[in-house]
Design a protein around this ligand. Structure first.
Ligand code: TGC
Ligand code: FAD
Length: 392
């Protein structure tokens, strides 16, 4: 792979909207990605393997629980710093950002928000340091966009819960030590349970043959009469709103992350367009290529401003779920379109692993589907503006 020459586009001087702390966090993550992710990511994506050796580094830059209070091992940062960390990591690879998103927003967040003090103290420091990795089991083979239909269930057996069912498409599942699992009780109410590797009847087979997010490990969670200790229930919130509340936090991170992937594709294509000559001119001098580049930087700039504003609203606890959906949907779609256009600017070279663009493009096909598909987020906006539910 080519050396990482990334230079971040900032067409509207967005840096002026950031605090010194934001810039410090962003620049530290950017440097770390250049040093630790860029040199190895193509090899790991090609062999479809998560690079375990970067877990300690991710923990050190604060990517595991950026906004979780420091008393639990988190970095205690604000929502914009969290977003900037996700942006920079996804600039390197969406699969690595996925690992960090899941650990932070889908595992640490529910333990912090819905767990007991004993659970917080037991799990959060280990997750923040990367000593333990976690995963989040909501999706089932027959229930993806409609998680409320889940059939995974548990029964109260007096001194423990008996868990049965299966989850599919679970990021980090093959190596996670703890899974936050969403399951129905005997009355059909959804609860979160903390299921640890090693519990009898719990297995995590890996999902193979993905063309997307190849450097992220994905698997199933299978529960065959798993005895879960009663103290492992997340007791402070139940109902579908509990897992969906975690998704708000993760979707917000993805909105930032997608900008990172888009910036990398744009920057790569811009540099290539000035270096590559055809018909005696750099291809960047042809109007057709300039149209692509001009539209890319316009869309990136719009997304940066939208997402920064969302971060301000998140910091003030004023962002709605529907606003988060709009940003996730817009930014991932924007990034995917930019990846496709950028790939064309590189001609044949664009399909090779010499450049990051095709890897970003393939990754973004998962990102546009997980955490709520492109269609589902459109319907969330539609419901929000009309008050009319088009899901069912
Ligand atoms: P609905 O009746 O609308 O809502 C049920 C309850 O949930 C509340 N709620 C929310 N709460 C917090 N945050 C949100 N975003 C919420 N959205 C809804 C709602 O107020 C209600 O509460 P209550 O107290 O009245 O019961 O539910 P519905 O069954 O009609 O479904 C709505 C729909 C379709 C929007 C929802 O199910 C949905 O978002 N579906 C998409 C599923 C999804 O996003 N799955 C993601 C799985 S995890 C994943 O993909 C991780 S990828 C990780 C990575 O690698 O980065
Ligand atoms: P379906 O829900 O079957 O949707 C198929 C199509 O139908 C989509 O185009 C969808 O938009 C459309 N559709 C569905 N309902 C409607 C409707 N009401 N109106 C209009 N169109 C509709 N899940 C987890 O729980 N944890 C994870 O860590 C996790 N990681 C993932 C990692 C990867 C790489 C991938 C690919 C997925 C992951 N997921 C995870 C699952 C992901 O959240 C689901 O794939 C996603 O929610 C969509 O569900 P589905 O694949 O079952 O598609």
């Amino acid at each position: 792979m080519k050396p990482d020459l990334f230079q971040a586009p900032d067409y509207y001087n967005l840096d002026e909207l950031l605090t010194e702390e934001h810039k410090l966090v962003r620049n530290a993550t950017r440097d770390w990605v250049k040093k630790e992710v860029s040199p190895i990511i193509e090899e790991y994506a090609q062999k479809a393997e998560f690079p375990n050796q970067i877990i300690n580094g991710l923990a050190e830059i604060g990517a595991f629980g950026p906004y979780i209070p420091t008393e639990y091992g988190g970095a205690g940062l604000d929502q914009i710093s969290y977003g900037l960390i996700m942006q920079e990591i996804e600039r390197g690879d969406s699969g690595i950002r996925s690992t960090a998103s899941v650990q932070s927003s889908l595992v640490m967040y529910p333990i912090w928000k819905y767990g007991t003090e004993v659970q917080r103290k037991k799990y959060l420091p280990k997750l923040a340091s990367g000593e333990w990795m976690g995963c989040f089991g909501l999706t089932e083979p027959d229930h993806g966009s409609n998680p409320g239909g889940m059939t995974t269930n548990f029964k109260d057996k007096g001194d423990h819960y008996l868990l049965n069912g299966a989850k599919m498409w679970i990021s980090n599942a093959p190596f996670a030590q703890v899974a936050v699992v969403w399951a129905k009780d005997e009355s059909g109410r959804i609860h979160g349970l903390l299921v640890e590797r090693g519990m009898e009847g719990f297995s995590t087979p890996e999902t193979h043959n993905k063309w997307s997010l190849r450097a992220s490990a994905t698997g199933e969670l299978i529960f065959d009469n798993v005895k879960v200790p009663k103290e492992n229930i997340l007791s402070n919130k139940s109902g579908l709103g509990a897992p969906l509340g975690c998704l708000d936090s993760a979707r917000y991170g993805i909105a930032w992350g997608a900008i990172g992937a888009a910036m990398d594709c744009y920057d790569t294509a811009l540099r290539y367009s000035k270096e590559r000559t055809q018909f005696g001119k750099p291809i960047g001098q042809f109007q057709l290529q300039q149209k692509k580049l001009a539209e890319m930087i316009t869309e990136i700039t719009k997304a940066q401003l939208l997402t920064w504003r969302l971060g301000v609203l998140r910091n003030e606890s004023k962002a709605t779920s529907a606003q988060i959906s709009m940003a996730k949907r817009n930014n991932v779609d924007m990034a995917l379109n930019i990846a496709r256009e950028a790939r064309q600017i590189l001609g044949g070279m664009g399909i090779t692993g010499e450049y990051s663009i095709m890897r970003h493009m393939m990754n973004l096909e998962s990102v546009i589907t997980y955490e709520g598909t492109h269609d589902i987020h459109l319907l969330i906006t539609g419901l929000d503006v009309t008050g009319l539910n088009a899901f069912k």
